[in-house]
Write a protein that binds this ligand. Structure first.
Ligand code: ADE
Length: 236
């Protein structure tokens, strides 16, 4: 999978994408992420990419021209490398569709994604109308820009690409993959300050352990997220 990201703050994306599983995914060439500075397509030598909004009001709006030029340039690059262009052009925005595991699963099957990070009051509506295929929010709160949201999306999607995680089953047993939260986990020692690991996990009886884990998952989901429990197919 290849992901291009357009941003005015490329530095903000460097660290989250260069450690741990995201680092490994890129080292294994299963994922490539290219971060592009929107100012490379600025409208003047001052690096301008935003302007006052029509109708008045506080806050700047990201202009059409730099964004349109950046998107078209990257689209052309992706077509030339024989991959057929972007599967999705995604704008990270608090008024987008809420990211969940189902969306992450679907996006992990794509080949080329373009992510656009907004800033200030957002991007000119005409860019939204003419270029985007998807608008994604990571939650009902407003961040200072789309970069952290883009990093969240890349992480959630990137770890699902086959081969990225060492143990293939570990993504399958994640919370949300089967509409259930993950069960509690324990490691050594078996007793710490008189706090004991449940006996069943030490029993060596895999059938019983699996049953216990399932019961715990159901209990945890009922207690904490009853809203996801009845969704039959939504996360698949
Ligand atoms: N940009 C600002 N806030 C955001 C959010 N909650 N999700 C996605 N992009 C954003």
């Amino acid at each position: 999978m290849h992901i291009d990201i357009i941003t005015v703050l490329p530095e903000l994306l460097q660290s989250p994408l260069s450690h741990s599983i995201m680092k490994r995914a890129q080292e294994k060439d299963l994922l490539t992420v290219q971060v592009h500075n929107l100012r490379d397509w600025a409208v003047n030598k001052y690096g301008q990419v935003d302007d006052y909004q029509y109708g008045g009001g506080a806050g700047m709006v990201m202009m059409c021209e730099p964004l349109a030029n950046a998107i078209e340039h990257l689209q052309k690059n992706r077509k030339e490398d024989d991959s057929g262009g972007f599967d999705e052009v995604i704008y990270l925005t608090p008024d987008g569709e809420k990211l969940n595991q189902k969306m992450a699963n679907q996006l992990s099957l794509k080949t080329n994604l373009l992510l656009i990070c907004g800033h200030y009051k957002g991007i000119d509506e005409r860019i939204r109308e003419h270029y985007l295929t998807k608008e994604v929010s990571i939650g009902d709160y407003v961040l200072s820009g789309g970069e952290l949201a883009a990093a969240v999306l890349v992480d959630a999607v990137g770890r699902l690409i086959p081969g990225v995680l060492n143990d293939e089953t570990s993504a399958l047993t994640d919370s949300f993959q089967d509409n259930l939260l993950a069960p509690p986990v324990y490691t050594r020692p078996a007793e710490f300050r008189q706090w004991k690991v449940p006996d069943v996990l030490l029993s060596g009886d895999q059938k019983k352990i699996d049953e216990w884990r399932h019961e715990q998952s159901v209990k945890r989901t009922k207690d904490r997220r009853p809203d996801i429990l009845d969704k039959d197919t939504e996360n698949s």
